[in-house]
Ligand binder design. Structure first.
Ligand code: NAP
Length: 246
């Protein structure tokens, strides 16, 4: 709900009409059916330019069948296999807004990505893998870490850029970083009623050359880029522009 409220407010602030659909269903089978049917109705609705599915899905509802149902032209968070494939091949399409935000943060901050050693912690299709692909396309040398990675600190300590998207508060602390490293904290975790990232900001800020805070870092940029994707989707559907999300 943290994401959804902020996305709805961001849309409202720029005059974009939104529709929130709570999908009914008593069990995973009926929820999957209802969710699929709702997405198909939105695909066919000419007044709807973009669709996002709020994750995580209810237990037992497979992500695959849900994202497959979204019209790739309305898939503004880049989850449909067509858009994921376009990203993988380096072609233009819709990319996940959070991954786009991580790259945009580096770009707008003047961080040199080409030739940099980058570590991405997390390999989800929504954040970790798209970021890893985009960093690779931008000529970084990328190591992807995950829950089975042995000695995470050994990997992060040599990285020029560390992107953390694990959903584990305090996973990365200052002692795990190379002095001057750039740290992008994608994590959003609720701890004792407070939103925190995956990085221990207090220790990391003294070592890092640049670091994104949580809240206030990647989250707001993600929402802004989601709206930019939506506008591009609307333009493409009305023949106003041919570009994708990058
Ligand atoms: P996810 O699907 O749960 O994936 C988490 C990834 O982290 C997995 O690849 C997992 O490894 C890895 N991981 C978990 N524990 C680890 C550990 N101890 N060491 C190393 N890797 C570990 O989560 P997600 O959807 O990618 O989201 C990640 C975080 O980003 C969450 O906090 C989420 O709330 C946040 N998020 C933020 C935004 C935003 O706009 N800022 C948007 C989306 C998500 P395995 O693959 O081995 O399980």
């Amino acid at each position: 709900m943290v994401y959804l409220d902020r996305i709805l407010k961001a849309c409202e602030s720029v005059g974009i009409a939104t529709r929130t659909i709570d999908v009914p269903g008593e069990d995973a089978v009926s929820q999957e059916r209802e969710l699929g049917a709702a997405i198909l109705r939105l695909n066919e609705d000419p007044e709807v330019a973009g669709i996002i599915v709020q994750l995580p899905l209810p237990a037992g509802v497979p992500l695959r069948t849900v994202v497959d149902a979204i019209d790739p032209m309305k898939d503004i968070d880049g989850l449909h296999p067509l858009n994921a494939g376009l990203l993988r091949l380096g072609y233009e399409g819709f990319v996940p807004a959070t991954a786009h935000a991580a790259m945009e943060m580096l770009k707008r901050s003047g961080i040199a990505v080409e030739g940099a050693d980058a570590v991405v912690i997390g390999r989800s299709p929504v954040v970790g893998m798209p970021v890893a692909f985009m960093l690779t396309m931008a000529n970084a040398t990328v190591t992807v870490c995950h829950s089975k990675t042995r000695d995470l600190a050994d990997k992060t300590r040599t990285a020029d850029i560390v992107v953390v998207a694990a959903g584990r508060p305090g996973l990365v602390a200052g002692g795990m970083l190379k002095p001057g490293a750039v740290v992008i904290d994608v994590g959003i975790n609720l701890v004792d009623g407070h939103v925190v990232g995956d990085v221990d900001f207090a220790s990391a800020r003294d070592v890092a050359g640049a670091i994104t805070p949580v809240p206030g870092g990647i989250g707001p940029l993600t929402n802004a880029l989601l709206l930019a994707h939506l506008i591009r989707a609307a333009q493409r559907q009305t023949g106003g522009a041919s570009g994708g999300s990058r």
